[in-house]
Design a protein around this ligand. Structure first.
Ligand code: UDP
Length: 248
């Protein structure tokens, strides 16, 4: 796909103007950041793997009726997506205690939760994506009541689908982050759809038997074997490319 005008460059992805109105091209980089970009690095082949992993998951979600921004994969590093107005919330769902929740509450990582939890963070790098209550999002006009209900219902459905998908390949889905956007559909109606990506950058994935971490925590915590972990997730999902990970 020929490169079009760059509209936005983030930490792990670039957005280009798409070939049709209302579309964008989402390019996946190998760059990795953690701790609000204080730690920077590069994970060889990550962009290709996240593109393929995210395609697999978004296609599966579309198949069960979850509307997403995904249109089609364009090449090894790019996908064609619908342009949305991103809602400034990181929607986090947790099945097992880990990461910031363990730290904040002084809990051991690995504790199974009696029920899955949804948390919201305000998407603002300069503030470090602070945790907010749903009330903040409503009172500050970031979402309407109806939008928040839709986001919550979709997030639980996505969690159910993904827990099953990963359990089937021997992986515990510990937690993950979603982003949603507003999209004007063919009928001119504004609808909420799933946006961004779902990949080992945005999920905690632990091997069910060994508990080995197969996600970005290997990079965040300097555990080594980062590239291998992303490849392992892709391999188990059946999307590891046989011809190598160059895909520039
Ligand atoms: N997460 C993410 N982007 C963020 C923050 C979190 O994708 O900016 C994901 C993270 O990979 C994990 C989940 O959301 O799967 C929960 O993250 P947590 O709140 O524990 O924060 P962290 O420990 O990553 O700082």
């Amino acid at each position: 796909m020929t490169k079009r005008r760059k509209l936005y460059e983030g930490k792990a992805k670039i957005l280009y103007q798409g070939p049709q109105p209302g579309t964008l091209v989402q390019y996946f980089k190998d760059d990795a950041t953690a701790f609000n970009a204080q730690k920077k690095g590069n994970i060889a082949g990550k962009g290709v793997l996240n593109n393929l992993i995210s395609e697999k998951i978004f296609s599966g979600l579309e198949a069960i009726g979850i509307p997403t921004h995904f249109i089609k994969r364009a090449n090894m590093r790019e996908q064609l997506i619908k342009k949305v107005e991103i809602i400034p919330l990181e929607v986090i769902i947790r099945n097992v205690v880990a990461g910031s929740m363990a730290k904040r509450l002084g809990l051991e990582e690995g504790m199974e939760l009696d029920r899955s939890i949804i948390e919201f963070s305000y998407k603002d790098d300069s503030l470090g994506d602070p945790l907010v209550a749903a009330e903040h999002a409503l009172a500050l006009g970031w979402v309407t009541d109806d939008e928040l209900d839709q986001i919550t219902a979709m997030t639980f459905r996505i969690n159910d689908f993904m827990c099953g998908l990963f359990a089937g390949i021997g992986i515990r889905l510990v937690d993950f982050k979603l982003e949603f956007g507003r999209y004007v559909d063919e009928n001119g109606d504004e609808v909420i759809i799933l946006a961004d990506e779902i990949s080992p950058d945005t999920c905690r994935l632990w091997d069910l038997k060994t508990m080995k971490k197969l996600d970005k925590d290997r990079f965040r915590r300097d555990l080594g074997g980062v590239e291998e972990a992303y490849q392992e997730v892709a391999r188990r999902l059946g999307v590891l490319p046989k011809g190598g990970l160059e895909g520039e």
